[in-house]
Design a protein around this ligand. Structure first.
Ligand SMILES: NC(=O)c1ccc[n+]([C@@H]2O[C@H](COP(=O)([O-])OP(=O)(O)OC[C@H]3O[C@@H](n4cnc5c(N)ncnc54)[C@H](O)[C@@H]3O)[C@@H](O)[C@H]2O)c1
Length: 361
């Protein structure tokens, strides 16, 4: 049975979404460091077809178009997002990976034009801007998903399902470390806190998002300390920190304890994401559960084990557009993740306890 256009428009979003049989026509916008990686994985998603690519820099546009061509496709090329949206009417979805300071403006523009949008994190750089994006997303007809791809990482997702099912007991503490070398020198805006919101909001946000998800609610207050002690004015003009530590407290007693620095010498690596519950501890990245009652560790069952988190996240986005399913990393959850990061940054800058209530979410 075929539907008339009027009946189609009147049908619920889920029904409309389920009726599609063609590939989702996607545009990749911002094809630098992250955007190229997203594009590489998008080209592997069976139900997606990249029809346009856009970046301010023509050589990046050409490189992206070649990547599409190498997979047997063909993408129209643009250096202006609005021109692309005006001219290529067939675009149904956009994957956006432009710098953080552009997110508010571009997210809202794309959503207002009725496109489905996969937008990189953070949601925006102020609470007010985050709320403006959420408002646009909630008024939009399409799916809005934010680039917290670790939620779709097979190991971390399996670990989170274990925790959310209560199998680790009551969550007591989330302990995280993100220790490494300094930020990539070839991306200048990473070093300017007015453009990236500083390193809690631009980098630490991924692990903080997982931890907030594990606890199941936003924190009540936080405090911390941080600054720049190794990479002082390096590169010249740097305004972002090179280290910080944060503690978040939740109603009911749970805590996040997170340390992030760029002090690791070559060859060292220190990334750890562990959730300690009343029944035992879960290592998120390893998908392992260590019960309190035995030395026997449980390796959790991991569907799609080994698959790349970015591929999984993009595949989920395309599936969400098809089925009308709510994304795991939707506007509201991205708002909370971003405000957790902004709150931590505020606590460090102002050297005081900052409450969730004062963030005005
Ligand atoms: N999810 C993740 O793990 C992850 C990892 C890295 C970066 N990111 C995010 O991805 C985004 C991009 O970061 P990046 O590392 O790729 O930076 P980048 O500077 O390498 O890439 C950004 C690209 O956007 C282009 N651009 C800037 N303004 C534009 C405009 N007006 N129109 C079209 N293109 C424009 C730039 O020319 C550049 O090619 C940021 O939001 C960052 O936070 C996410």
């Amino acid at each position: 049975m075929t539907m008339t256009r009027r009946a189609m428009l009147a049908a619920p979003a889920v029904l409309r979404a389920q009726s599609r049989t063609e590939k989702l026509r996607v545009a990749s916008v911002g094809v630098g460091n992250r955007g190229s990686y997203l594009l590489k994985h998008l080209l592997e998603v069976q139900d997606a077809q990249v029809v346009a690519v856009c970046d301010l820099l023509p050589d990046r546009v050409d490189r992206a178009a070649s990547a599409v061509g190498a997979k047997g496709g063909s993408a129209k090329t643009f250096t202006d997002l609005r021109k692309m949206l005006d001219e290529v009417k067939e675009i149904e979805a956009v994957v956006l990976a432009t710098p953080d300071y552009t997110h508010r403006e571009f997210d809202i523009e794309i959503l207002k034009r009725g496109k489905n949008l996969y937008a990189e994190k953070p949601l925006a750089l102020t609470v007010e801007d985050c709320k403006a994006v959420v408002k646009a997303a909630e008024a939009a007809k399409g799916v809005f998903q934010v680039g917290f791809q670790l939620r779709h990482d097979p190991a971390r997702n399996a670990a989170m399902q274990w925790i959310l099912a209560g199998k680790a007991g009551k969550v007591l503490q989330c302990h995280g470390m993100r220790h490494g070398g300094d930020l990539p020198r070839d991306i200048a805006w990473y070093f300017d806190k007015t453009k990236c919101g500083d390193i809690v909001t631009d980098q630490g946000i991924h692990i903080l998002d997982l931890f907030r998800w594990a606890v199941g609610k936003p924190p009540v207050r936080c405090y911390g300390d941080g600054g720049t002690t190794l990479f002082v004015n390096d590169p010249p003009g740097r305004t972002v920190m090179d280290h910080y530590s944060l503690i978040y407290e939740f109603e009911g007693g749970a805590q996040i304890n997170f340390s992030h620095h760029y002090f690791d010498p070559p060859g060292w690596t220190g990334i750890q994401e562990r959730v300690f519950g009343s029944e035992g501890a879960v290592d998120l990245a390893k998908a392992e559960f260590q019960p309190r009652t035995s030395r026997q560790r449980t390796k959790l069952e991991v569907p799609n084990e080994g698959k790349d988190s970015t591929y999984m996240s993009l595949a989920a986005f395309v599936e969400n557009v098809r089925t009308g399913k709510k994304p795991l990393n939707d506007a509201r959850s991205a708002l909370e993740a971003t405000v957790v990061a902004l709150m931590g940054t505020k606590a460090i800058y102002e050297k005081r306890v900052v409450t969730w209530a004062e963030m005005g979410v």
